[in-house]
Design a protein around this ligand. Sequence first.
Ligand SMILES: Cc1ncc(COP(=O)(O)O)c(C=O)c1O
Length: 462
Amino acid sequence: MRPGYKAIYERYRQNIQAGILKPGDKVPAIRVLALELGVARKTVEAAYAILTGEGYLVSQGAQGTRVNPDLLIKHRPADPIEPGDATLGALVDIRDKSGELRLGIPSLDAFPYKKWLLLAGKSVRSMRPGDMVNPPVMGYAPLREAIASYVNISRGLNCTAEQIFITSGYRNTLTLILETLAARTDKVVFEDPGYYFGKTLLRRSVDQLHYVPVDERGMDVDYFLRYHRDARFVIVTPSHHSPLAVTLSLPRKHQLLEWARETDGWIIEDDYDGEFHYTRKVLPALKSLDAHDRVIYTGTFSKTIMPALRISYIVMPKSTLSAFKETGEITENGQPVMTQKILTAFLAEGHFYRHLKKMRALYQARRQMMLDALSQVYPHDFHSEMHDGGMHIVAFLIKGTQDRELAEIWQRHHLRVSPLSDWYSLSPKRYGLIIGYTNIRSTEDAVALLQRPQQETQALLA
Ligand SMILES: Cc1ncc(COP(=O)(O)O)c(C=O)c1O
């Protein structure tokens, strides 16, 4: 039914009172709104007249009509949020934009904004009617090509653009893989400790989730073969384990590949930050050794460019292409074309490689700053193990197990660190803080941050 003037008046009043429309916001011209709602102009005119009379709207002549900029509204306080799972309390929320030392965020001060802006402008200007229809479900073809070329050159893969499926992040990637290839009752194996958000997602979507311990050579593949040989999927972070940053050893990589070949199992390689390897040349991905096409490789631009981009990808084994296509057509929308176009230009014009080179050097330097600061401020409380790469460090507690309490203290000081023990499902656990260092600018900067919770930390650990 078409709204009458009273209904239009009510909609505006409620939206203004709820703060959805704010003082100074422009409202549509009478003619435009009348057309939009399919009502006569005078119906909208009547509603606007009452809103203006009551002081909600002001007419500014040729500049149109706005919500009264001088309006003072007392908003009803938002309903309290349900407390939910208590274990989440101690965990950093990666979507929370405030605070420092957050995990997995690239160095935001070093992003080539000007270049990005230029490419964004070009992409907008080059938009054609064909770009305005629904995006291709498996991704914008030139981006699929650019990614195939990048992973082949940099990560040692040997894939074609047809094998690339562009997704919007880890959750989308993992859900799509399981939706395509898994039965709910299939056994899925995850590293322990393991990526907290992966674990919580899998707990919800998989009936048989099992864990395999990780040591200094990555996932313990002997343990895996002894207890979970019958698994259908194993999810690993071989380049830098999440969160311990250790690298899966070459013999273990071969053992895993052999398992997959013999049992027709699938290895999901989560190569979330494989680009950031410092002490040797960047290590090729596990997928580069996969002669039998049993590895489903997954990558993301969240670490190399920015998490807000929401672009990641799957390299689908050749035998699975039609299955992924079929699932994709049913469950996926495709990703925004404009973003994909900008990213394509960034990759194809070589800016991405230059950016990675710069970031590798920067991360290595900033990691050292963080380690130096940690040993200055807390010489007796933490130790850390030096690994070949990654974007965070783990500061292990030298004694005690109170990493959750500690993380809560640090978070009160706006340091968004995460307690290591929360990332474990099996025992024994290790205890410590996972600290992102990519956005500190100097050792002094890091010292100042670490000193914020110093007194409380030392009191807790004494
Ligand atoms: C272990 C791990 N895998 C995958 C991802 C990628 O997540 P996304 O692509 O959704 O940003 C992250 C990001 O933090 C991660 O830490």
